[in-house]
Design a protein around this ligand. Sequence first.
Ligand code: HEM
Length: 399
Amino acid sequence: MTHNLNVFAQLEPALRLPDLKQALYDADPIFLPTTVVSLHGDEHKEKRRVVQSLFTREFFRNYQNKVFPNALKETLEPVVAEGRGDLSKFAYRVLVNLVADASGLDRDHTQEQTDKILLIIGKLGKAPTMGQMIGGNREAAIAEIVDALRIFRESYYEHSAARRRALIAAREKDPSVELPDDMLTRLLQAFDGRIEEDQLVRDTAFFILAGAFTMANGLQNTMWEILSWCKKHPETRQKLLDDPGLMQKFVWEALRLHPASPVARRKALCPVHLPNGETAAEAEIVDINIAQGNRDPSVFGPDAAEYNPFRELPRKVQLHGMTFGAGMHACVGRILAAGIPYGAGMEVDEGTEYGTIHLVVHALLSAGADFDPANPPTIDESTTRKHFHSFPFVVRKAG
Ligand code: HEM
């Protein structure tokens, strides 16, 4: 039997139940089940501590002020020169470069390399949906993932890990040697020699997938909602550019309506009492429906299913709802993606964490991004997530 939780107030308590184990990726035999998002108990705690240790204030500042502007410039310049772009490609190009830097992949930043990582992510992206595949499709997906991990290892992981290993060894002799601040360095420091190399490859590849896929989806949905809003309320565009708090509301409201991971799936390790009053017997599945809970009218009001960044919320409820999960697997990249809650009267400086989606949306709106009137976005209707086949947009031409 599968238990379904979809009332907002039940989502977080369910995600915090210690005897419910990750089950969303059980159908994938090779990639996700051994990464942090699937581990349980002490094994999970240890790996999560390492992953989380990357996200310090210093990391955010460096990322926002140094890494981000370069990655953005690289991707935005050709679009501005052309006067147009396709957000379904632009989003991945800009975000994959950012996440690849945070992961610790040494690259020469050519378009060709970016496209190669995108190809790898496209193949690895089959893993989360393998549960719904049958027969030949499943065999083909497994072959693609094996292939993607091989290309990832040969093209990015091996030389990046070798350089970091050499630096870690040099630092043991000379503490003044500086280490890169990225995921791969942290993983090597914690686990090198203790877990097999292929596992380190999977851990690094998962980090890229978790960051790029979700943020690209969030960015496209946010731009779609904001541009649709600005069509009806043209005066909002300038206000969004001037007021970071207002922009955050617009981003978070879009993330509430379009969670990248609509359902969290768990399996009971023993009989477990659920927040909806049911008891899950051992090995039964519990589906925690984030997408539906995020539209619960008892929390978000009678217009919960609509885009309204100005809605009033009960205390302690964030406008992005449960989009980043909660409990042991709560998203470690939340601040990187969506920033810290922006409060009235908050002191703002160059280190204020607005989050990556906020920064990219700001850059796009500043460049005058708008729907392309001749080419409306096309949406893939085959999945419950709102996923864009194409999202043409125009910007002001440079010069
Ligand atoms: C809009 C962007 C994002 C969304 C909506 C999102 C959503 C989520 C959700 C719902 C989970 C929990 C999954 C579960 O409970 O089964 C999760 C976990 C995770 N996320 Fe994110 N995420 C985003 C961005 C990022 C970024 C940018 C990174 C890293 C660069 C990241 C890294 C992770 C990791 C490592 C986990 C696993 C944590 C663990 O299992 O302990 N995410 N994310």
